[in-house]
Ligand binder design. Structure first.
Ligand SMILES: Cc1ncc(COP(=O)(O)O)c(C=O)c1O
Length: 365
């Protein structure tokens, strides 16, 4: 019999399939529960802007036409809000696709890729498929160690990729340190900053995408899946210098972002009040998680995102199971000896109350 594994490109056959968070319906079915909440995939519990919803519904009526392959109005909306030149933008079917396109465009089996430990799972997956050497750099107290990343880069490093804030740790690199890091990466090494959770950061802020003139090797990926609440519609974008954008765009399928998603994203960008409500709601609840953990002597990794990672300092599998059986889906962290950590997406106040109550039940038992 033919061994199709042998026919697969690069390191594809070595990959373990991606495990998405358990869907609510599956848990309801398997455990016979009616009330299930999912705090596992860092989704936005407040939903999308009502203006985005209305725009999406209007766009559905014209879905017998192909979408605008270049996302003209979307790029205009990004320019109006952030000042980006449309020539610097690449559209993505979520930022996940952008990461995929970036690896396909630049990474191969004769180069290495530098990643922080505990990276978003898609980066090592893509590097493995490309059969590139992966250099993994340990974190420092759960924070990306920019000095150690720089030290790991050599003449053969094609790319360094990091999420800021990171996932699953949730920590953010101080903006001054990040800028200094990007400046110091040699120009022949590309730097990808994945900002899926950018909007939830607090503290001093600079728009990293404005650094591309100074640092032409920088690529910044963003998504509408988190703070904008469009995860199911799939919209992301990358800001880079136009030459990089032009290359990645050649690989991109022309209609990778559908018309409904584009219309919703334009309206979502314009609805600043909704975004503010979402971010403020999340960050208030994040403080409640901090208080909850500190009152119970639990270690919560400092989070700048819409999720928290709690290190229980013991095997977290029984805690995960206990929560699941009571209808609360969270996500265990895998690898790097962190089987003690559960990642919990921050929900609405009511959802978080439920998580706190069930976790208290476990802690008391
Ligand atoms: C760090 C990071 N990057 C990218 C993504 C992909 O998001 P999307 O493809 O929905 O834009 C995620 C999703 O959870 C993420 O955590």
């Amino acid at each position: 019999m033919t061994d199709y594994n042998k026919m697969a490109n690069g390191g594809l056959a070595q990959l373990k399939p991606y495990q998405a968070g358990k869907p609510i319906e599956e848990v309801q079915r398997e455990l016979g529960l009616t009330e299930v909440i999912k705090l596992a995939s860092n989704e936005n519990p407040y939903g999308m802007s009502p203006k985005a919803m209305a725009a999406a519904k209007r766009a559905v009526e014209n879905c017998h036409f192909y979408p605008d392959a270049n996302g003209y109005y979307f790029k205009q909306a990004l320019q109006n809000k952030f000042g980006y030149d449309p020539a610097c933008i690449t559209l993505g079917d979520g930022s996940n696709e952008l990461i995929n396109l970036i690896f396909q465009s630049f990474v191969n089996s004769s180069v290495n890729v530098v990643l922080p430990e505990l990276s978003f799972i898609v980066y090592p997956m893509e590097a493995t498929v490309a059969a590139a050497e992966i250099r993994t750099v340990p974190l420092k107290d759960y924070f990306v160690d920019t000095k150690a990343l720089l030290a790991a880069i050599d003449d053969n490093t094609r790319m360094v990729v990091l999420a800021n804030p990171s996932n699953p740790a949730g920590t953010a690199i101080p903006i001054g340190e990040l800028h200094e890091f990007v400046r110091q990466v040699p120009e022949q090494t590309l730097v990808v900053i994945d900002e899926a959770y950018n909007e939830y950061q607090t503290g001093p802020y600079e728009d990293t995408a404005t650094w591309i003139d100074e640092c032409p090797n920088l690529m910044v990926c963003r998504t509408f899946s988190k703070a904008y609440g469009l995860a199911g519609l799939r919209v992301g974008y990358m800001v880079s210098n136009p030459e990089i954008a032009s290359l990645v765009n050649r690989l991109r399928a022309p209609f990778n972002v559908n018309a409904v998603a584009l219309a919703a994203a334009v309206a979502a960008l314009e609805d600043e009040a909704h975004l503010k409500m979402v971010v403020e709601g999340n960050n208030r609840e994040r403080e409640r998680y901090e208080a909850y953990c500190s009152e119970r002597g639990l270690f919560m990794i400092p989070s700048s995102a819409n999720f928290v990672a709690v290190d229980f300092k013991c095997d977290s599998a029984p805690i995960y199971d206990f929560l699941l059986r009571r209808g609360v889906i969270v996500r265990p962290v895998k690898g790097y000896g962190l089987e003690t950590v559960l990642r919990i997406s921050i929900g609405t106040p009511e959802q978080n109350d439920r998580l706190f109550a069930v976790l208290d039940e476990y802690l008391k038992a």
